[in-house]
Design a binder for this molecule. Structure first.
Ligand SMILES: *Cc1c(COP(=O)(O)O)cnc(C)c1O
Length: 271
């Protein structure tokens, strides 16, 4: 709810009380309980949304708006098990830029990505890997945050990297969850979890030198999406179908989501 409020505020839509919204959604879930699938992997997708509804032509803050929740039963994102994706590192189009709105969940961010996605698809890739700037910083993949597990060049220590929230990165709830779980559960095992800028060259070098372990996307729909290949300037990095960390993260997240594990992130709908 905090993120929807931040996104709304950025485009002059009204904000609302997040706790009250959660209470309303709880009530709605009791009314429509029969639409909540109980098989593992299935869920009721909930997407709070806001649109301006003022019936005038012109550019200005809307005097009326509609806050509503899209609710739809959904099946598993990967019905036949994980399917790793291949990515085209994209330098001819930019998803987000400093001072823009790429860090907000706005519909306006998605339409401009459809043509580059179709172009990548025409060359046999599933998604765009969005690069930024002359340095070619790795930012996000399609509409997911990106994580890379590589071994440090000097020390050989395994590191889990993701781009920092510098205004060009969407603050994914999944990203945040993966970071928290990795800090709690991977760091004691000798990993370093880092939010820092890293370039495509750094990734390609890691792959060349055998230091690339795994790459995966992170977002609500798929939880994690393993990356098999990245094509960049005529070179291609290769990874296995689904690496152990990617699988581990998915299991941790699912066990919290399905209530196998009691966790402070869970919200229990009151009886
Ligand atoms: C929605 C989205 C994500 C993932 O956010 P979650 O809260 O984890 O679902 C990441 N990047 C972009 C560009 C997105 O639109």
């Amino acid at each position: 709810m905090a993120r929807l409020n931040k996104s709304s505020a950025r485009i002059a839509l009204p904000t609302f009380d997040g706790d009250a919204m959660i209470e309303l959604i709880s009530k709605f879930l009791k009314v429509d309980e029969r639409f909540i699938p109980d098989a593992r992997g299935y869920s009721l997708y909930l997407r709070p949304t806001m649109i301006g509804t003022q019936r005038t032509l012109g550019v200005g803050p809307p005097a009326s708006a509609l806050l509503y929740v899209i609710a739809s039963p959904v099946g598993p994102y990967y019905p036949t098990g994980f399917k790793a994706v291949s990515l085209e590192a994209t330098d001819y189009a930019v998803r987000a830029w400093p001072g823009g709105v790429g860090d907000k969940k706005l519909g306006a961010n998605y339409a401009p990505c459809i043509v580059p996605q179709m172009q990548a698809a025409s060359r046999g890739f599933h998604q765009n890997l969005w690069l930024f700037g002359e340095e070619e910083y790795v930012t996000e993949v399609g509409t997911m945050n990106l994580f890379a597990a590589i071994k440090n060049k000097e020390t050989g220590q395994p590191e889990l990297l993701t781009a920092p929230l510098d205004g060009t990165i969407l603050e994914g709830v999944t990203r945040d969850s993966v970071l928290a779980l990795a800090r709690e559960r991977l760091e004691p095992k000798g990993w370093k979890v880092l939010e820092r800028k890293f370039t495509m060259k750094e990734l390609a070098d890691a792959a060349d030198e055998g230091r690339m372990m795994e790459v995966f996307g992170a977002g609500t729909a798929a939880i994690v999406s393993p990356v098999r290949r990245i094509s960049w300037k005529g070179t291609t990095t290769e990874n296995e179908e689904c690496g152990p960390i990617t699988g581990q993260v998915k299991d941790w997240m699912e066990s919290i989501q399905y209530g196998d594990e009691d966790h402070p992130w869970s919200y229990k709908v009151p009886e």
